[in-house]
Structures are given as C-alpha cells and as structure tokens.
Design a protein around this ligand. Sequence first.
Ligand SMILES: [Fe+2]
Ligand SMILES: [Fe+2]
Length: 148
Amino acid sequence: MPDLKYPARAVDKVIMFEWKNEFAVNIGSIDSQHQNLFAIGRELHAAMSTGQGKSVLGPILDRLVQYTSAHFAYEERLLQLHKYPDFAAHKAQHDALVKQVVAFQTDFKTGKISMAVPVLLFVKDWLEKHIQGTDLAYVPCLKAQKVA
Ligand SMILES: [Fe+2]
Ligand SMILES: [Fe+2]
C-alpha cells in the first residue's frame, strides 16, 4: 500500500470501497466481477483524494463505465439463461444505473462537473444497494440450478 496522505475531508471518511462478506453472492464469477468494481471505486477515490486531474480521473471513469456495462451484460445473460422470473425488473435497474454513470461521464468530459464526489457517492451507493438488494435476490434461483 502506498502511503497516501488523504486530505481530512469528510467525504473520505464516508466513501470507502471496502468489500465485505455480506456482498458475496457465492457465485465465483460474479463475486470477482463485483470485487473488481469495488477496486475501480477505490482507484477513483484514491485519485480524487490525492487531487489528480482530469487526465487521471477520466480514464478511470471510462473503465468504470466499460466494466459496469460488461458486468451487467454478463449477469443478464446468466439470468436469462436460467429464466430468472424477475429478469425485466433487474435489467431495468441495470439500465438506469448505466444511464446515470454515462451521464456523469459526459458531464465530467464536458467540464460540467469538475470533480467526481457525486460520482463516487453514486457508485458506492449502487454497488452496495444493488448487490445487496437486487443481486442477492437472484441467488436462490441460480443456486437451485447449480450455478457455482
Ligand atoms: Fe445486477
Ligand atoms: Fe451485479
């Protein structure tokens, strides 16, 4: 771990992209994708906390958008394959989340927002709430069909 001197801002105490066991869906591929999303969140947080500019934050945000879309597509394929009954609602949530992250990305690129605190809060919030509230709901369905 590099010795990062975080400025004592309240937001740093609130935003921690820490993986916790309660986020585990116990499906290997999905847990590792979720963990990668947390890792990108930590990168974004570290870059912001050390005052990095657009040239550093922009590419991390781009990766977040790409990885999020790829993860959602993966999850949706799996849910469709196993005929998850709440597929439509789950996909609608994914679509709304992608739309919001892409909007942040656009605002950031066009200079409408200069820093990514709202982005960080949004990403942290969706990672935790979507995983715990929505992703965990498909686990019984997939487990019943022996998805590991
Ligand atoms: Fe999901
Ligand atoms: Fe997910």
